[in-house]
Design a protein around this ligand. Structure first.
Ligand SMILES: NC(=O)c1ccc[n+]([C@@H]2O[C@H](COP(=O)([O-])OP(=O)(O)OC[C@H]3O[C@@H](n4cnc5c(N)ncnc54)[C@H](OP(=O)(O)O)[C@@H]3O)[C@@H](O)[C@H]2O)c1
Length: 294
């Protein structure tokens, strides 16, 4: 039995569907399984309520499970479900619950560039959980994806262009970035489930190309009939908003700060080394954008 924590999320749902499609037994968790996991239940999963802020619920969810896939986060949420509670303590509690229940393999969805000195706190928490998991004694796989196309190319960029004909790019938009499709990240989770070489491995997962934000916006714009307006939110504004939002909206504050840093440094990534070890045909960003218009 595979427990997927965060099964109602973009990536969690893709993992659940692919695992069920491969004939695996899946237990899917959410804080509100009846409201959010109906489709996954209909596809054959067992569903269960579990909250990363409630260790007892994690212990219940891990009973009878061989593999845990941790695909939840609170990085963009407000104080009630904030990152320190969910991404840091909640995930350490999940590692403890899995170990106590005799789980054989723990697959952790981390993030690219996870490091203890990263400027964004949710990425620092990811690095801390990676370390905690590696020292747990359980077999583990860490997956470090780049930015999801579904969130960072579509939700934050393309969707507004398609629906309103205008969008405001975070910053100057000229730094190369890497975007990966959620389906491709889920396919690497399937590899982690089946390939013994993935045990004890950190698998970095990105897309095949490194476009700038402006180039992605342009891919949407050229497929839209009529005029579109691509504006810009200046870097200085991102920094000010991150500071102003911090006391009220810690999650949004993090996003603004992350967008600021990414606009300066970019996030280009070379999938060559990962593909050499675990070959897979990846979704190009142009193809992903094309699919949004079908
Ligand atoms: N989005 C990206 O670009 C990106 C990039 C790199 C890494 N990642 C990582 O990939 C993973 C999946 O991200 P996503 O974008 O697919 O997530 P998402 O769509 O934003 O969904 C978030 C998930 O977290 C769950 N969750 C939130 N608070 C929880 C809590 N207190 N207890 C239990 N579950 C909780 C939600 O479940 P309920 O609300 O149903 O309880 C939901 O399933 C995360 O670890 C994220 O950090 C994402």
């Amino acid at each position: 039995m595979i427990l997927i924590v965060g099964a109602s999320g973009r990536l969690g749902k893709a993992i659940a569907r692919q695992a069920l499609g491969a004939g695996k037994a899946v237990r899917a968790s959410s804080r509100e399984p009846e409201a959010r996991l109906g489709d996954i239940k209909a596809a054959g999963a067992e569903v269960i309520a579990a909250d990363l802020r409630d260790p007892a619920s994690l212990q219940r969810a891990c009973q009878g499970v061989q593999v845990v896939v941790a695909s939840a986060h609170g990085a963009v949420d407000g104080w009630g479900n904030h990152s320190k509670l969910v991404d840091d303590k909640g995930h350490r509690d999940l590692v403890d619950a899995a170990k106590a229940a005799g789980v054989e393999h723990f697959i952790y969805i981390s993030a690219m560039d996870a490091a203890p000195d990263h400027p964004a706190s949710w990425i620092r928490f990811k690095a801390g959980v990676e370390d905690y998991l590696a020292k747990s004694g359980m077999a583990y796989t860490i997956i470090r994806p780049t930015a999801f196309m579904e969130t960072h190319a579509h939700l934050l960029l393309g969707q507004a262009l398609m629906e309103k004909g205008k969008v405001s790019v975070f910053g100057e938009g000229n730094s190369p970035r890497n975007f990966v499709s959620v389906e491709d990240v889920a396919r690497y989770v399937m590899i982690a489930l089946d390939d013994p070489r993935a045990k004890g491995d950190i698998i970095e997962v990105g897309g095949p190309d490194n476009p700038t934000t402006n180039e992605v916006a342009q891919m949407y714009a050229e497929r839209i009939d009529g005029e579109v307006k691509i504006g810009s939110m200046p870097r200085a504004m991102l920094k000010v908003m991150s500071t102003l939002m911090k006391p009220f909206q810690p999650g949004m504050s993090q996003i603004m700060m992350y967008a600021y840093l990414e606009d300066i440094h970019g996030s280009a990534f070379d999938m060559g080394p990962t593909l050499a070890k675990y070959p897979l045909e990846l979704t190009p960003i142009e193809q992903f954008v094309e699919q949004q218009f079908l």
